[in-house]
Design a protein around this ligand. Structure first.
Ligand code: URA
Length: 267
């Protein structure tokens, strides 16, 4: 058991090291870790997870998570986080950005959506998910019987990566602490990760989104579910079925009922 835990911890730390994170230290027992399966091999990436319980307790709960402690700012608030972010030049993404896209919505939201990073429209407007993928996200939120102002929407990185490329590991490592502070302040009941970057950042797994999606994880006391990114749905509309099944799980977790179907328009 001790060896097994040691091996998992080692894989976890190596993964954090690759992300450019660290040094690691033990934090208070509040720490939660998303499990690594029992047959973890000792490769350079943590192995892909199997189905997980919503909450992980026992010895694993004492293992530090990747960004442990970064969110524990006393008397923190979204305003303070925005002020700390400032006119950020911490990573190379600042060079090509127009506007920082901090996040928007209900600061007391029970449900938070986390995307990857701003695209062209978001970069211009300073608001997350306002382009084509954003319109689809808005439809998904409305299909759940909610509006954008009921939820909070933000991204892993706050500046647009050039040509909409995937943010690099060091860019994620630099920016993610602000996301973690946002989540710590909002304390949502449910977090929905849109796409692999958000899911991998918050869970610390390098597994594909098709592997991670559709099941519950524990993220520091919140329930976390990953699903496909709306931009992926624009390219692969058939995956909407899976996303809707994921969102129905979220609705059930939050006690939401789908709105009644809209009456058909008469011709
Ligand atoms: N894609 C994202 O991941 N975030 C946005 O804000 C817009 C598109």
């Amino acid at each position: 058991m001790a060896n097994d835990l040691h091996r998992r911890l080692e894989a976890w730390l190596r993964y954090g090291d690759e992300l450019g994170l660290g040094p690691f230290y033990r934090d208070r027992a509040r720490t939660t870790l998303h499990t690594v399966p029992a047959d973890a091999s000792s490769g350079t990436q943590p192995p892909e997870p199997g189905p997980l319980p919503v909450s992980v307790s026992g010895p694993l709960a004492a293992v530090p998570s990747l960004f442990d402690g970064v969110e524990s700012v006393p008397n923190d608030s979204l305003e303070r986080i925005r002020t700390d972010l400032g006119d950020c030049t911490r990573c190379r993404l600042h060079r090509s950005r127009t506007k920082i896209v901090f996040g928007t919505g209900n600061p007391r939201a029970e449900l938070v959506f986390v995307g990857e990073g701003p695209g062209h429209d978001e970069d211009q407007q300073g608001e997350p998910f306002v382009g084509r993928a954003g319109q689809l996200l808005t439809q998904m939120i409305e299909a759940m019987g909610l509006s954008r102002s009921d939820v909070y929407i933000c991204n892993v990185v706050k500046c647009r990566p050039p040509e909409n490329r995937t943010p690099a590991r060091d860019e994620i490592a630099t920016c993610a602490p602000f996301l973690l502070r946002q989540l710590a302040v909002i304390r949502p009941r449910v977090i929905v990760c849109l796409g692999a970057v958000a899911a991998q950042t918050l869970l610390g797994f390098s597994a594909s989104i098709s592997r991670l999606r559709g099941q519950w994880y524990d993220y520091r006391g919140a329930r976390l579910l990953a699903t496909y990114h709306p931009a992926y749905l624009l390219r692969n509309p058939s995956a909407k079925v899976e996303v809707w099944s994921d969102l129905k799980q979220v609705m059930a977790a939050l006690g939401l009922k789908p709105p009644p179907p809209r009456p058909r328009q008469r011709r």
